[in-house]
Ligand binder design. Structure first.
Ligand SMILES: Nc1ncnc2c1ncn2[C@@H]1O[C@H](COP(=O)(O)OP(=O)(O)OP(=O)(O)O)[C@@H](O)[C@H]1O
Ligand SMILES: [Mg+2]
Length: 423
């Protein structure tokens, strides 16, 4: 079954509560949603926020997300050309191997059996719900990534000869720290799990902890690598599984190679080579996708870099993305009841404050932006204006955000001066 689509398609991701069987409710729900789509004036992205529309279905419905194939998030109108593709899913509760492997071990910190070489999660997982939607980049970036992964999987389904057309199913995301590379890989794997259910019964995410492979057990690392990949091979052997392998901070492979000057050069080399050979072996299997991240692209092992089909630079968010991240965070604080519920209309004073805030935030990572509301709240509650048990007004909070941002920028400058002085 093909999982490809084009820009006229709207994907409808319906998350069903775990206690219900999708097959029993699917048809009724699909009909109800289609009737709703045809009558709605502007289709919002997230129907979960709309009260009462599906009052009858609430008992089994967790959320309904609409996503246009081209990634354009604006509201849209149903037309005759709109094609809907439904993806019903429930999230997985149980992790098949208890979450970590290699399993077993005495629990002794000095025992290699106790080293957590990888995390294993069955997808779609509850902890990744909403991750994709909350990562905000320029329009089309996430879709490019998703299309790449789907095209690569389509090539393998068609058994395209890899000797004729290079297709390693290896993707590298690189860029500065805190720009969402790791999160994006996990979110992509989750997205694939939801979108490729017709082809793969199970999607697994195996997150390799590169640092632990090259820890103080250098001499034991070879064993760890072998054991880890034999577990992965077991998963891959079942062609009903889609296995996404995430190698986070892949530059530690390169560090290991450059450890030539240290005491254990040959061990380090051997481990890196073992990882590369094992990767070559598993990526020959059609149901594997390897996702790697790095914030030091220039120091990634060349042998590894060469194998990547696609390298995508993930940079700091631009103005539209910063504004969207801020707006999302403010909306969350309103939903949670920390802020008063107020609209952010164009021309309002609050809108002006938001623009000012966004302009001052250029050059900051998504990670830093996400920390600001907490700092701002602390800032606000330490001011004399603060009244206990009252919801904060939007303009007061935006003022506090601006102050927190200025403090952050000052600290960042001081840190830079300090580190320059150390040189
Ligand atoms: N563009 C973005 N939109 C929304 N959230 C973002 C964005 N970039 C980063 N974040 C948030 O920042 C946090 C850190 O992201 P993550 O750890 O994935 O970054 P990273 O690029 O892997 O960082 P590092 O290079 O340090 O490993 C996450 O909570 C993520 O949601
Ligand atoms: Mg990371």
């Amino acid at each position: 079954m093909s999982f490809l689509s084009n820009s006229g398609t709207v994907h409808v991701e319906v998350r069903v509560k775990n206690d219900f069987r999708i097959s029993e409710i699917r048809n009724g729900l699909e009909r109800a949603l289609l009737v709703y789509f045809q009558s709605a004036i502007n289709l919002p992205r997230n129907l979960a926020y709309l009260p009462d529309i599906f009052a009858d279905q609430r008992q089994y419905l967790e959320s309904v997300l609409l996503e246009r194939d081209n990634g354009n998030g604006e509201a849209w109108q149903d037309t005759e050309d709109t094609k809907y593709r439904f993806h019903f899913y429930i999230t997985q509760r149980v992790e098949p191997t208890g979450g970590l492997f290699p399993a077993g071990g005495s629990g002794d910190a000095d025992d290699i059996d106790s080293v957590v070489a990888a995390n294993h999660v069955l997808l779609p997982a509850v902890q990744f719900v909403g991750l994709w939607e909350n990562l905000i980049y320029e329009t089309g970036l996430k879709e490019k990534l998703l299309k790449f992964a789907l095209s690569a999987l389509t090539f393998s389904q068609h058994r395209v000869d890899m000797n004729v057309i290079a297709c390693n199913r290896l993707l590298l995301l690189h860029g500065p720290p805190g720009t969402g590379k790791t999160s994006l890989c996990k979110a992509l794997a989750q997205k694939l799990a939801i979108r490729t259910q017709g082809s793969y019964a199970y999607t697994h995410l195996v997150e390799i902890n590169s640092h632990s492979l090259f820890s103080k057990w250098f001499s034991e690392s070879g064993k760890l690598v072998a054991r880890l990949f034999s577990k992965i091979s077991e998963l891959v052997a079942d062609r009903n599984n889609l296995v996404c392998v995430l190698i986070d901070e892949v530059e530690s492979l390169a560090y290991a190679r450059s450890a030539m000057s240290s005491n254990e050069p040959r061990d380090a080399m051997r481990v890196v080579n073992a990882v590369l050979t094992q990767l070559d072996d598993i990526k020959a299997c059609p149901n594997v996708l390897i996702l790697a991240t790095s914030n030091l692209a220039q120091s990634i092992d060349l042998a590894f870099l060469d194998r990547a089909d696609m390298r995508l630079f993930i940079g700091y968010p631009g103005m539209p993305a910063i504004r969207a991240i801020y707006k999302g965070m403010l909306a969350e604080l309103m939903t949670a009841g920390v802020l008063q519920r107020e609209a952010l209309e164009a021309e309002d004073a609050e809108e002006g404050l938001l623009t000012q805030l966004a302009e001052r935030s250029i050059g900051l990572s998504g990670r830093t932006l996400r920390k600001l509301p907490l700092l701002a709240h602390a800032q606000y509650t330490s001011s004399d204006l603060f009244e206990l048990n009252q919801k904060i007004s939007l303009s007061d909070f935006l003022d506090a955000m601006l102050e927190a941002l200025e403090q952050h920028l000052t600290e960042q400058r001081l840190l830079k001066i300090e580190s320059l002085e150390e040189l």
